[in-house]
Ligand binder design. Structure first.
Ligand SMILES: *[C@@H]1O[C@H](CO)[C@@H](O)[C@H](O)[C@H]1NC(C)=O
Ligand SMILES: *[C@@H]1O[C@H](CO)[C@@H](O)[C@H](O)[C@H]1NC(C)=O
Ligand SMILES: *[C@@H]1O[C@H](CO)[C@@H](O)[C@H](O)[C@H]1NC(C)=O
Ligand SMILES: *[C@@H]1O[C@H](CO)[C@@H](O)[C@H](O)[C@H]1NC(C)=O
Ligand SMILES: *[C@@H]1O[C@H](CO)[C@@H](O)[C@H](O)[C@H]1NC(C)=O
Ligand SMILES: *[C@@H]1O[C@H](CO)[C@@H](O)[C@H](O)[C@H]1NC(C)=O
Ligand SMILES: CC(=O)N[C@H]1CO[C@H](CO)[C@@H](O)[C@@H]1O
Length: 610
């Protein structure tokens, strides 16, 4: 199989380029391209199809995957499970824009769900509608289809000004009806919006999806297809006002299809140590939350059950898609992705239902891929993110990677995994601007509107390596968090030395991580975050190289060498000027680090420690 060979060779090429000289990052992409095209320029015919299922708000950390047996059977068990897969901004719209552009939110500047900082109008205003994955795939020879939710603030009023570009056919669910499970409005191609009042949104979506799939499979062109399927489940049900009524905003539990309403009567949110804990945790507004009472917990358990029930229609759709591919003899040549735009919390850290935080619940999401060359039951522990998925799709499609991609294709084969061990980075760059809110009745203000917490602006790092398993964050309030997930998987003990942290009795546990003093770890993490918060392209992938241009530091462990102690102690720190609702540079503090060995073009060069 030529395609298998391509994966193996491309993987090898990548590892060599990465471990030797990161500046050849873009060169090796061209090399990949040559490998595929070499000697055969009519490759399109047997290039694989890609189906990307993107659910909304599904958790990994609670128990949802135990309730979606078809998805597990047809995708996870038949392919690869990514154990450490993260979103970089835990909110629908920014996360989706990052996913479909391959860029961190600080490079898309779509950081919110509504204008002025986010939503479909901001996506358009930033030029992404003319420069994003579906267009690139069409240019690269794919036919492209999309069903379901695209972005927030993509509405019955603005869907045509302009239309979303890049699709051979599309059928979007639109605001303000996007999250009304029983009153959805869909808008097909360039047609007017149409209401499906009384029908369940996922069932409507299923029919549309299978229709497009049939079209794509029946197409007699030799172009492979890309089909994105974006169900709203298990997002909460949400009634919003129209453009003339911006005050209505009522969250309630998701609504399952009637045939699923009776299921899982005994399911409850797992009672992990961080579920409604005795002591407040986190920082900023999270630390002020009271413990939930019995009625609130009971309500949230029912909310959780309805998420599991609402997912059932998606689970059925996954099976229908696989069946349809099998019937058309196309399953062997199709990649199927399954993931969520962000995770979800219910009750952990005393939080009411919602997302937008940096805890594992919100950022670590389900991620499975099956397809040619992927061994069934493969487990991948490499650190991967949504930013890596556009490059992954490019790689599958045999397209040369874009220099502006902030991520790295995820490993798909056993060979890739081996190469990855040599070359893949350890970090996730998590970022968030603006507000946080709760969903569900107990998280709402007395007038039925959402409770809103301002100053939920933070930058964070998730770092996973053989030596470390850490979460570090800096908030616009100047608060910090440091969790050692090896010892504290539930993120209850903030190790950052500050007066407002929970004291722990084990002094050594708070002063050292492994053999390293916490102050040394913090100074390195902060410098890494400083690079990542303004990184672009390969700097986002190889940030240590920015701090150590000599190329002798590739990991936190390397950076912890004693000879760098003074350099890191003197490094400028990540710090916000003040709290902003969006990505406003003037509030973002220092943009560039001091560089070991001197010189970064800003006159800030570090020369003393050459
Ligand atoms: C899909 O759209 C692309 C770009 O406009 C076009 O080249 C291709 O022929 C279309 N495919 C079909 C089946 O119409
Ligand atoms: C909002 O109000 C304007 C002005 O009265 C009107 O033209 C428009 O149709 C209204 N929009 C909706 C969705 O009712
Ligand atoms: C439980 O807490 C909620 C606020 O989260 C409050 O509205 C409700 O009255 C409380 N119920 C009881 C029985 O105390
Ligand atoms: C703290 O514990 C680590 C092992 O986790 C050990 O290497 C280190 O020496 C200890 N430090 C002190 C001050 O006891
Ligand atoms: C948010 O932070 C600003 C400072 O940046 C502060 O003035 C304001 O009071 C904070 N708001 C809340 C609700 O804490
Ligand atoms: C991001 O968008 C906002 C809103 O349009 C704008 O004010 C801000 O300057 C932009 N940030 C950057 C870094 O371009
Ligand atoms: C100069 C240098 O680092 N060369 C290395 C490039 O990568 C290959 C394969 O990993 C190594 O064997 C070389 O030593």
């Amino acid at each position: 199989m030529r395609f298998l060979a391509f994966l193996a060779i491309a993987g090898l090429g990548q590892a060599i380029a990465d471990t030797n000289d990161t500046s050849s990052f873009t060169d090796h992409n061209d090399a990949d391209q040559q490998i595929i095209l070499d000697g055969d320029h009519s490759v399109s015919k047997d290039r694989p199809n890609i189906i990307f299922i993107l659910v909304d708000d599904q958790d990994l950390q609670m128990d949802s995957l135990n309730y979606t047996p078809r998805t597990m059977h047809h995708i996870a068990d038949q392919g690869a499970t990514y154990r450490n897969h993260f979103v970089t901004t835990a909110l629908c719209c920014p996360s989706r824009v990052s996913l479909w552009t391959g860029k961190q939110a600080h490079n898309t500047n779509v950081t919110e769900i509504y204008p002025p900082y986010g939503g479909y109008p901001k996506f358009v205003a930033e030029g992404h509608n003319d420069n994003w994955l579906p267009l690139w795939l069409q240019d690269g020879g794919y036919d492209t289809y999309y069903t379901g939710k695209l972005f927030n603030a993509h509405t019955v009023d603005n869907y045509h000004s302009p239309f979303a570009t890049g699709f051979n056919a599309s059928d979007f669910v639109l605001d303000p009806y996007t999250y009304q499970y029983l009153r959805p409005v869909y808008q097909r191609n360039h047609d007017s919006p149409r209401s499906y009042e009384g029908q369940h949104t996922v069932d409507v979506l299923a029919e549309k999806t299978l229709g497009f799939l049939d079209d794509a499979l029946a197409s007699d062109t030799d172009r492979p297809f890309f089909l994105a399927v974006a169900p709203v489940a298990p997002h909460s049900n949400l009634e919003m006002g129209d453009e003339n009524d911006t005050t209505t905003f009522r969250f309630s539990a998701p609504i399952p299809a009637t045939r699923h309403q009776h299921l899982f009567p005994d399911a409850i949110v797992p009672r992990t140590p961080h579920f409604n804990p005795d002591h407040p945790s986190g920082v900023s507004w999270i630390r002020t939350l009271p413990r939930q009472n019995e009625s609130s917990i009971a309500y949230n358990d029912e909310f959780y059950r309805n998420r599991l029930r609402a997912l059932q229609a998606v689970d059925e759709l996954v099976e229908d898609i696989v069946q349809r591919l099998e019937d058309a003899d196309a399953l062997q040549n199709t990649y199927l992705f399954y993931t969520s735009d962000n995770g979800y919390h219910i009750g952990q850290h005393r939080l009411h239902p919602g997302k937008e935080c940096g805890f594992e619940e919100d950022i670590c999401v389900p991620m499975f891929v099956r397809g040619p060359g992927i061994s069934p039951g493969m487990e991948v522990t490499s650190v991967t993110t949504h930013i890596d998925l556009a490059p992954t799709i490019f790689r599958i499609a045999g397209l040369p990677l874009k220099e502006e991609f902030d991520g790295l294709a995820i490993p798909l084969t056993e060979t890739d995994i081996q190469q990855d061990e040599l070359s893949r980075h350890e970090h996730v760059n998590v970022e968030y601007w603006g507000k946080a809110g709760f969903e569900g009745v107990f998280g709402q203000a007395p007038d039925g509107g959402p409770t809103t917490f301002y100053n939920n602006t933070y930058k964070a790092l998730r770092l996973i390596s053989p030596d470390f398993n850490l979460y570090y964050s800096v908030w616009c309030s100047h608060e910090h968090q440091l969790y050692d997930l090896t010892r504290d998987p539930y993120q209850l003990h903030n190790l950052y030395p500050a007066p407002n942290t929970i004291p722990t009795t084990d002094l050594n546990a708070t002063s050292y991580i492994g053999p390293y003093p916490i102050s040394h770890i913090i100074s390195r993490l902060d410098a890494l975050l400083l690079v990542l918060k303004s990184c672009q392209g390969s700097t986002c992938i190889y940030p240590w190289k920015e701090l150590h241009p000599a190329g002798d530091v590739h990991s936190l462990r390397d950076a912890l060498e004693g000879r760098f102690d003074h350099f890191y102690a003197d490094q400028v720190k990540v710090q916000f000027g003040w709290c902003e609702l969006g990505y406003l540079l003037e509030a973002e503090g220092v943009q560039y680090p001091l560089v070991y060995g001197g010189g970064n073009g800003d006159g800030l060069g570090w020369s003393e420690w050459v």
